[in-house]
Write a protein that binds this ligand. Sequence first.
Ligand code: ZN
Ligand code: ZN
Length: 146
Amino acid sequence: MPLRCPVCPKPLEVGQPIFQLARGRYFGPAITPTYRDHWAVLGKWHETCIRKCPKISFHDGRGDKEFDIEIKAQEQPYNCSLCGYEIECKEWVFYGVIGRKPREPWFRPERRGYDVEFIAHDDCIKRPEVDPVTQALMRSRKWDGR
Ligand SMILES: [Zn+2]
Ligand SMILES: [Zn+2]
């Protein structure tokens, strides 16, 4: 069964520009070398489809969640697409890249200059009801003394 794009929903063909959403821990500054080991892929879309309909949905263990996101290329340092705060090293994040679909299930973005098209704190995705200042405070507490 070929993997289908959740928007159109045509199959995602090898060689097409694909937006891939993954979750993992950010070990900056080099995000891609650890990609294979630390990132779990949550979904894939055609680039044109996700740009037309910038919405991600995934299953988080309790139910399906849906988010409106902004597809915007970023260079480091990364700022969370949802709260605007900088992404710190070792934080759990959701992360989206655009690249051409290879034959294996993993790819690195081919576009030079930009690293990510979407990045957000784990908690900003999982607990959107908490305001950004409280989120930042909780993150700083989490990493105190380590
Ligand atoms: Zn599509
Ligand atoms: Zn955030």
